[in-house]
Design a protein around this ligand. Sequence first.
Ligand code: CA
Length: 620
Amino acid sequence: MTTSTIKAMLAAGVIATVALISTLTAQQPREVDAKILKTAGTAKDAMPGTWLTYGLTQTEQRYSQLKQIDETNVGKLGLAWSAPIAAAGGRGGTEGTPLMWNNTIYQSMDNSIVYALDARTGQQKWMYDAKIDPATQSHMCCGTHNRGLAIYEGKIILAANDARLIALDAISGKELWQSKVADINQYYSFTIAPRIAGDKVIVGVGGGEYFIRGFFAAYNLKDGSLAWKFHTVPPAPGQPMEDKDQERASKTWVGDWAKYGGGGSVWDGLVYDPDTDLVFAGTGNPEPWPEEMRGIPKSEWGKWDNLYTCSIVAVDAKTGKLKWYYQTVPGDAWDLDSVGGFIMADIQIEGKTRKVIMQAPKSGVFYILDRTNGQFISAEPFVPVNWVTGFDKKNNGKPIINQTAYYDQTNSVVMYPGGGGAHNWAPMSYNPNAGLVYLPYSAGSYTFNAAKEPDPKAGGGAHGLGRGGQDKRTTPMPIWGPDAATVGRGGLQARDPKTNQIKWVKPGRGSGSTGGTMTTASNLVFQTAGNTLYVYKADTGDELLALPFNVPGGAPPITYMVDNTQYIGFATGTQFMAMKVGGTAQMPPAPPPPQFGRGAGKGAPKGPPPPPPVEAPHTN
Ligand code: CA
């Protein structure tokens, strides 16, 4: 063999190896890591056209850079494909925001089922069922919804309804690890979308309407082991305190509250800020709801804050140690969970750039804080409210509770906002060009009174709350906020965070319990509400499209780009729908017209439909 032959063979081998490596590279999709997530959805997106985290960006603005769909062509939006994604035997609606990675849609459904669909055709790649034991459903306080998934280094992370955290192989759908985060038999459950923080996944528990001690926790993505846990309610009196933050919280509780666990669930709002390396969580009501049943003597109602319930808490992402907290409703007695999703942004306020975190929770107040230190910036009602009369600016904006808003077994109160809260889980979005937040909301009132003391041995179910009753106060409570004529029973509200005031409103497009919003760089806002996809101009609110998709239960919409085509995608109760400009696929047939009245059908009263029912307090 000559030297030249060897050289030629070596060269051929090298070429073959290079060819093999490039083939492998082409087949291996680029994985999502902390660096990719930092750019996800931003102008510097390393994977443009994807949707890699619950709120698109880690700031959860749901503001997409895509602008192929714009004002000139959005009127031609039609169905590109639909795919069956039926959930099996759950106890909830479809609420999941999908992810899109590697030309694949990842959609979580009611009852902890996950679908992977080809983003171009809807063809199913795999389906995973966490196989929730139907017997445990009665231990889930607030249904079997699932709000979304997380993706990291080839793993899809699911928070299953029975409080298990499960990692799936994103390509094959095979289970990689699972962790039991809490005990479903102790009434802990999950409805939340997990969020990624560095090399950890953060998750928070539901169950605050039952008797739990709430918490959120970080798990190592590599193997599903626990990294840290932050309790939103202190240990029971006499039990050892985990740290000084729990000790501080314990001084804000009194009486025999601990027999009910305390509440403080974390069922929706959760974000990670890589710039400050902080995790922010929103916490739910103390349990049970009436002050008297949490062991607070009547003379002391309103004097016990019950930390860290109904709060925004910021913890160090590496250690889970508390950095700051702001309590949106001290000593809550009205199920005003501070749990709705967060949006982070850098906003010019009074001539300064502020790194803010914004939340519009059930309380009906839009809170804006400095996320670096928890400093209060502003809080304004976005619907009529009467539980609060102001915010004490000298005390970092601590809410001033209306002291006549408390109730017991003889005194009822009519509270604004209504049951279910002014804004529940339906995601809001923020368009930095238009400078507006899009907030689906509900407005109304609800009568609270206390009923029989719940039995802690019964586990869950009661909050010590009665329904109805008469508001016997002689002086009506002042109602504060935008006037009822402006906001109606509910709608979509565009809000300017610089002034914390309404810019425009679309009445009748409220949050109810479905849908959500997303906005794009082409000055559009997309909203699913009921069984219709609405599109508005982001700056003015002019309606550009109302496209009925017939199938009820539209979950939050996303947008993504594959093969140079921009799609709008969202789940419904039975199908995933993907829309594109010029889409011509047949929409599913319209459902039969609704029938109204008890025993609707034969002999049911005809005529206009009644107003929508007042939503009873519910959800986590
Ligand atoms: Ca609650």
